[in-house]
Design a protein around this ligand. Sequence first.
Ligand code: SAM
Length: 389
Amino acid sequence: MMKTEHVIHFCDARKMKGVYDGSVDLVVTSPPYPMIEMWDNIFSRIDPPIGIALKKNKGAQAFELMHKLLDRVWKELGRVVRTGGFACINIGDAVRKIGDDFCLYPNHSRIMSAMRENGFMSLPAIIWRKQTNAPNKFMGSGMLPAGAYVTLEHEYVLIFRKGGKREFMTPSKRAERQASAFFWEERNQWFSDVWFDLKGARQALLDKDMRKRSGAYPFELAYRLINMYSVKGDCVLDPFAGTGTTMLAAMVSARNSVSCEIGPEFAKIIDSRVPGVMELADTCICERIKRHRDFIAERVAAKKPIKYVNGPHGFPVVTRQEVNLSINPVRRVEKIDKNRYAVEYGVVEKSEADAAPPVPHSDDKASKKGGLAKKGAAIPGSQLTLFGA
Ligand SMILES: C[S@@+](CC[C@H](N)C(=O)[O-])C[C@H]1O[C@@H](n2cnc3c(N)ncnc32)[C@H](O)[C@@H]1O
């Protein structure tokens, strides 16, 4: 039976003693944002000269000191991430008036430089577009030229790789990679360089107020990145865990995780989210499968080819690379120690998938690959239905 482990260290991520050299396959994180006011206190507490610089209206100096602090975490990533591993960093730039000067503090470019200095190479980044309809969003001199500022309505997900491409050398490693595949249509959406509002039922484990106060990102953001840049059984690190969103996404995606968080007050919040993981996983898988089902139905209606059938689940897929894709439902979540959890996963039994009637297929010749796609494949022991109902 597949099992994963998840541990949280309540420590300063500038020294992640509990995380071994080269033990991390993927980092998914969001640091406190330099020069965004909600993070001033935490930066100043860790490094008091930051508070002094802010009080003296020395914006550029405060910005640099905040980044010097984060630089030490990026250096730690250079140590703990293995060659071929990825790091995805969600960050927004800041606009702020300090004294008489209003300016942009370009956090994303400062972090890109720092990561490169620590052995990572930059890959194309994602712009996460977070449109706001607030009437006061425009800053500056209204309709009069030369004195207004463009509204910041996006953040970044910076993507880095340590060294060259990851190799999958053994048959079992290649099999794990294939089982971790995503759908063709997900590839088309996820690997686009602009992501629009990431909403979804999966915010449910955190109320809106707590999300705002903690700077938590949406579950969907972490879930996508984990599925894009790691395989099942990998280790995902979040050095700035906050409410533990990355850990939850790792649990749902059948990856191990390790997290660091400086604020001990987050222990309770993270612990309170864990019992909801089974339901979260069910919702997440259901939504994913429903989207795939709708996509296939549209493709069939448009008489576009669907050449393959997925083995584990029995539904039609577009490419050969999706044939072994398998999504594991969460069966059990257990607290095994203080700040440490274990998760067990099930598999979809083919016999149950086979029991269901076939869906129409747009390419009969191709359906020979694995038989016709089946409707109504259920995940045993779960409320889920994988393809149609
Ligand atoms: C933007 S929040 C992360 C939110 C998280 N992604 C979530 O979904 O809840 C940044 C977090 O980093 C923590 N933090 C700040 N400095 C830290 C440090 N030096 N080491 C570890 N954690 C730190 C803060 O307490 C805060 O919870």
